[in-house]
Every structure is written in structure tokens, then in C-alpha cells.
Design a binder for this molecule. Structure first.
Ligand code: UD1
Length: 422
């Protein structure tokens, strides 16, 4: 298994290009299942999660070719010859559940393995299933699989989600494009990835209004056609690299970054003493002066502070002047990075969903272990600021969501290298 070794202490300066969003791409790829014409995605990120979705779609009979070194995904679901998403693939990645709505909408039947829990919590899919039932699907849960049928096709309905779910909104949004009549989604997720999915579906001929607000209306159509769609910029990769000059000092331009993607996060950086400005080429980030200040964080659905940036922000606050309180409201067990950061000298007190972080002058390098995707990159950020060497193991978590991390940070002066196959 690969490791990443970081020698901390350098201020970082330069330019980092931000890739297309992993989470948007993982929802856009299953949209190919809605049409028998080709769907092409440009600006795709090159990540292991994208390869897993490619493998899943291929197992269903879709053709997926990656062109231009993986930046373009040309997909065709002309001949779907299997309607079962197997446990062996689904267990690797929860987003696999997103093939359920599209397959059911197009062909009236689908069998998808239940994803099961993951390190950051139980993460059920009950909201996805209830909403598909509201569209007329008949579901039977047996042998760890969801067996879904809609013999007469799906029918539009009004669905109010009890709380915001990104994945459930995506699954039902896709299914509703081919349902008979009108579907209204209330308390829908408002994330940029939802807006991106709606815009791709519209390019395929879907009739959708209201994406980006909490109410989305979909008028079902007979069929969807082919399209070419650019994947939106990855706001989590953007936010992660915005923290690099914040934690080390220096000045970095995040190419392709836009403030609208990271509003609540940039506000917190401003309060912590980090200057963020939007330029024609992207977002420029540097410290205002001296040590960063403590700030309190509460994670919320978009447009609030994203849970996917909580671990990385914690790394920054470990070096801040004062005590910060971080409250995690989206997932029940998302502080696994805390004990690893404490191995580097951080002072963190976790109680349930709240972490109290008292900043220290300087973190110290240590061998640490990545426990999930965002936790792994928070340890790299901490390593960039720490004295001495930090070696992060289990970086396969990192490779799910960050492409060429060592190249991107290395180009800004970081001393970082991948140690292969340790
Ligand atoms: C997506 C993102 C993930 C991000 C999360 C929240 C992708 C591939 N992943 O995950 O990176 O952290 O949004 O912004 O886009 N829940 C239920 N029942 C359900 C569905 C969700 O109880 O049927 C709960 C979850 O356990 C969690 C909360 O709702 O506590 C929010 O989850 P959700 O928004 O659905 O997250 P994902 O779509 O899985």
C-alpha cells in the first residue's frame, strides 16, 4: 500500500488547477442509463471512485471509454444486458446506489445491492427507497439487495424529504425525468452537484425547474437523448487546496475556483484571518498576517459549511490562536482524523458530534493513518505545517478523491512524495 511522506515548514506559492467534481461526476455517470444515446462528460476527474463507477456501469452493459487521459468520459447505454448492481462493486462505493433510479425509470426493473455502512457512519438509503416508492416503484429488500420493479412505469408525485439528502435528491431527480406526469421534490438538496446534474439532464431533454433551491419540479418526458456536458469544478478539492496557503503561509491561485462554490467556507477563512479574492483565473488565497485565529464551525447542507471540508478545516484550526468548536451535524462519526492529528501534537477534545480544538504553535511530524477520504487529506495539510516528517499510510482513501495530490502541492514548493507499495 502506498504512503505519502511530507516534510513540513515551507510556505507554499504558485498555482493549483482544480479538477471536475468527483461527487458531481459520480451522479452524472449513471445518467447515461436514462438514454440509449451517448452521453459524454468533459472535465472529468481522474480518480479511483470514477474507475469504480465505470466498472459498475460496464457490468450493466454500458460502454464507457475514457479519452484524453481520462478527462473525457464517453458513455453509451445502448444495450443494457444486466440489471443487477453486484455487492462486490457497490460495497466499495455508496454512490453506486445512484444507478437504481435511472435503471428503474428506463427499463422498469433493477436489482441493486444495499451499500451497507461506512467508516463515517451507518448512512442508510431509506430516503432514496421511500422516494422511489412514492413514484410507484415496488421494492422488495432481500438477500442484501433492493429488488425494484415498476411494471407500468414510474408516475410523478409530490415528495417531501424529511431532511436534506444529496444522494436521494439525485436518484429521484434522475428517475423523475422519465416518470409520467409531474414530480415535485420538497426539501431537496441545493448543492452545486445537484445543479450540475439538472443542467446535464436538461441538455438530454429533461424538463426541470428550481434546481439550486429546495423545491425542484420535474415534468416527465417520453425519452432522453444524448448530450455532452462539462463537469462542474470540485468545490471540495478547491476548499482543500485553499487551506494549503492558509496553513503554511504563502500565496496560491486556485485555477477555476469561484467564490459561489465555497461561500460559507470562505467566510470562515476570512474570520480566521485568511484573505480570499476572486480573480478572472480563479481564487487567490493568502494569510492576512501572522497566525490564524480560532473560529467555530457547524457543518450543514449547502449553502452551509460542508461536512466534506470539516476534517481539513480542523487541521488548520489545530494551529490557530485560541480554541475553536467544530460541530458535525451531517454524519455521526466523522472525527476519526482527530486522534491522528493528536499524534502530531494537536489538542483536541471530542464529545459526540462536537470537537473542541485548542491551537498549538507548531504541529510535529509523525506516522499517521488515513481513515477516510477527507481525513487523509487533512493529515497531509497538517503535515505541510508540521515540523519534521509526516508519513500518511493507507492513502488509497486519498486516491478516491484527489488526483495527483503530490504533483499539485509539489508544484507550489511542498516537499511531498509518494512512497510506493510499502
Ligand atoms: C454526498 C456526498 C458526500 C457528502 C454528503 C453530504 C457524493 C458521492 N457524496 O453523500 O461526499 O459528505 O453528500 O454533503 O455525492 N441519510 C439517511 N438516509 C438516506 C440518505 C441519507 O439517513 O436515505 C443520512 C446520511 O446518513 C447522512 C445524511 O443523511 O447522515 C446526509 O447524507 P446525504 O446527503 O445523502 O449524503 P450522500 O449523498 O451519501
Amino acid at each position: 500500500m502506498d504512503q505519502i511522506a511530507v516534510r513540513g515548514g515551507q510556505a507554499l506559492s504558485g498555482t493549483i488547477p482544480i479538477a471536475g467534481a468527483k461527487n458531481a461526476c459520480l451522479a452524472l455517470m449513471p445518467a447515461t442509463l436514462l438514454s440509449d444515446e451517448p452521453l459524454t462528460l468533459t472535465n472529468a476527474p481522474r480518480l479511483s471512485d470514477i474507475s469504480t463507477m465505470t466498472q459498475l456501469l460496464a457490468s450493466l452493459g454500458a460502454e464507457v471509454s475514457d479519452l484524453q487521459d481520462g478527462k473525457v468520459l464517453a458513455m453509451s447505454s445502448h444495450d443494457l444486458n444486466n440489471h443487477t448492481a453486484d455487492y462486490d462493486i457497490v460495497r466499495k462505493m455508496r454512490a453506486s446506489i445512484l444507478v437504481l433510479g435511472p435503471m428503474l425509470a428506463r427499463d422498469g426493473h433493477a436489482v441493486v445491492s444495499l451499500p451497507g455502512g461506512c467508516a463515517i457512519g451507518a448512512r442508510p438509503v431509506d430516503l432514496h427507497l421511500k422516494a422511489l416508492e412514492a413514484l410507484g416503484a415496488e421494492l422488495d429488500l432481500r438477500d442484501g439487495y433492493v429488488h425494484a420493479k415498476a411494471p407500468g412505469g414510474l408516475k410523478g408525485a409530490e415528495i417531501e424529504f424529511p431532511f436534506v439528502s444529496v444522494g436521494a435528491t439525485e436518484n429521484v431527480l434522475m428517475a423523475a425525468t422519465l416518470a409520467k406526469g409531474t414530480t415535485v421534490l420538497k426539501n431537496a438538496a441545493r448543492e452545486p452537484e445537484i445543479v450540475d446534474l439538472a443542467s446535464c439532464l436538461r441538455a438530454m431533454g429533461a424538463q426541470i425547474e428550481g434546481e439550486g433551491t429546495s423545491q425542484i419540479t420535474i415534468q416527465g418526458v417520453e425519452r432522453l437523448h444524448g448530450a455532452t456536458h462539462p463537469v462542474v469544478t470540485d468545490r471540495i478539492e478547491l476548499g482543500t487546496y485553499m487551506l494549503a496557503p492558509a496553513i503554511t503561509g504563502g500565496d496560491i491561485l486556485l485555477e477555476g475556483g469561484k467564490i459561489g462554490l465555497v461561500g460559507a467556507f470562505a467566510e470562515k477563512l476570512d474570520q480566521a484571518g485568511i484573505h480570499v479574492s476572486e480573480e478572472p483565473g480563479g481564487l487567490r488565497v493568502k494569510r492576512k498576517n501572522g497566525r490564524v485565529s480560532a473560529v467555530d464551525i457547524v457543518t450543514e447542507p449547502f449553502p452551509g459549511f460542508p461536512t466534506d471540508l470539516q476534517a481539513q478545516m480542523m487541521a488548520l484550526l489545530c494551529t490557530a490562536d485560541g480554541t475553536s468548536v467544530l460541530e458535525e451535524r451531517i454524519f455521526e462519526n466523522r472525527f476519526m482524523h482527530a486522534p491522528e492529528l493528536m499524534r502530531m501534537g494537536a489538542q483536541i477534545d471530542v464529545h459526540g458530534g462536537t470537537a473542541k480544538v485548542t491551537g498549538v504553535e507548531r504541529l510535529k511530524g509523525a506516522p499517521v493513518m488515513a481513515t477516510d477520504l477527507r481525513a487523509s487529506v487533512s493529515l497531509i495539510l497538517a503535515g505541510l505545517a508540521a515540523e519534521g516528517e509526516t508519513v500518511v499510510s493507507r492513502v488509497y482513501h486519498l486516491d478516491r478523491g484527489y488526483e495527483r495530490v503530490e504533483e499539485k502541492l509539489g508544484a507550489c514548493g511542498a516537499q511531498i512524495e509518494r512512497v510506493q507499495g510499502v
